[in-house]
Design a protein around this ligand. Structure first.
Ligand code: ZN
Length: 148
């Protein structure tokens, strides 16, 4: 009988140990997965910086393999700049050529770096300006190019 209890006790102990090992393995796995996730994020940041550095260095003459990506980056940069211009127009500010800070249209100096700046022409009547530009582009001598 005691032999039976010994075996039972042994079986329970080893089962418990097994469960404990599995739980520990699971917890180690979770910890390692978390670490892998953290390291991947860090690596992504490094790759991003690497890509930016490459772009700045080689955007004028990228390697053949990377030309398409460089071109995409240029297109996106241009689109972003245009959108930021629209935001500045809405906010009524222009950008400091020295530090890049926003400057209200009525100011002659940058509030951040103190640079005196040449203010752009006031956008009082923007739509009118655009119409003028369109009219300038149209050759007044050619009758077929007149609209309406
Ligand atoms: Zn400034």
């Amino acid at each position: 009988m005691s032999e039976f209890f010994d075996r039972l006790s042994e079986a329970l102990t080893s089962t418990g140990k097994n469960v404990g090992d599995k739980a520990k393995a699971k917890s180690d796995e979770v910890k390692l997965l978390y670490k892998v996730g953290t390291e991947k994020k860090a690596l992504d940041i490094i790759f991003t910086e690497l890509g930016k550095a490459y772009y700045e260095e080689y955007k004028e003459a990228p390697s053949e393999e990377l030309a398409a990506l460089v071109s995409e980056a240029t297109i996106k940069s241009t689109e972003i700049a245009a959108l930021e211009d629209q935001i500045r127009t809405i906010k009524g500010v222009y950008v400091c050529p020295n530090c890049g800070a926003d400057i209200p249209l009525e100011y002659d100096f940058c509030g951040k770096c103190g640079t005196k700046v040449e203010r752009p022409a006031p956008p009082a009547e923007e739509t009118a300006e655009e119409e003028v530009q369109i009219k300038v582009e149209v050759d007044p001598d050619s009758a077929d190019s007149t609209e309406e």
